[in-house]
Design a protein around this ligand. Structure first.
Ligand code: ZN
Length: 96
């Protein structure tokens, strides 16, 4: 399993940047992360065929690194999502 060597939060660009061991740099927008939140409540919304709403200017207010991923707290108060590394790696990156 790939584990990022570094994670940068850019509160101005509203992006999270992952630096992978193979030197790949992956930049994901906060809004995309919020919409992809893998917590049970958000998964239920996806299973019901709906979408998780997220404002384009949503921010990540806190980040907790764990052995297998990160827990992200968003400015809309949602903090249940734990994003495993392979899940993050599979997210679509935004153009730098
Ligand atoms: Zn969620």
């Amino acid at each position: 399993m790939n584990v990022p060597e570094r994670i940068d939060l850019d509160s101005r660009a509203h992006t999270l940047t992952l630096h992978w061991p193979d030197a790949r740099v992956q930049c994901v927008s906060y809004a995309a992360l919020r919409r992809a939140c893998p917590c049970a409540a958000c998964r239920r919304i996806h299973i019901a065929g709906s979408f998780v709403q997220a404002a384009e200017d949503i921010t990540v207010v806190d980040i907790h690194s764990m052995a297998y991923g990160v827990q992200l707290s968003f400015s809309d108060g949602h903090a249940q999502g734990i994003f495993p590394w392979p899940f993050l790696e599979a997210l679509e990156a935004v153009a730098a």
